[in-house]
Design a protein. Sequence first.
Length: 256
Amino acid sequence: MTIIGHDDFLDDNYLHTMHELIVSEPNASLYQTHFRLIDADGTSIRSCYPMSNRESASEFLAARMKDKRDSFGTGYMFRTADYDAIGGIPLFPKLIFSDDALWLTLMNLGDKVTSEAECFSYRLHSDSTSGSVSPNTLYEATLEYTNFLTSLSRSQSEIRRILEKHAVNYFLHLSNYYVSILTKKSDENNQKKSHKIVFQFINMIEKFFEEINFPLNFKQRVINKLLRGIYVSYAFAPKMARNSIDSIYGYFKSLG
């Protein structure tokens, strides 16, 4: 079984490559090949980030949280019996983060294996779900995903270890994306509504850290305070908030 976006493309050798991969790795639960990103006209933008031949759920999550993995719904293959057994794809709003939750759940049954061959194209454009999502929808989907990760961390120590190590930078990166959406959609009429949503977003992240029960170190506390200040200023000065979070994100990214 596979999933494909309506405007993505599988290469002619995709099925053959996946068949060989499944035959050679029968105990894996998730299969993929490398791929390329294309624009709305079908022109190649770049190849995806390189992936390991084999990885566990915690290794996959680490790569996602470090922003070192291109991952979308297209191009994965898995057994229908496994998909049915876990209850299918979780129905988060607009299916945002649903694919990541599905892959992580499937990888609890066995590792993910990846062919070095590049066998499909993922179309990246402004009309995609991630490019046109509303702030409220992103908040609701993130809430579902953080609840999923919290639950996963309670039963899997490796997942918890990855969250303790990378969750802060991941949420800083996500907050950067969130502010960019708010800034695009900002106007005098919806600023008050956006102001309310951003505080819901901040409180959700803070609750997630509390649920995970790992101590907030100095870096995490500073990020929290800075984000609060930026989001307060956002309601009154979107451009200033945009510049501020760009600078802060770059600084903390440099710290690793």
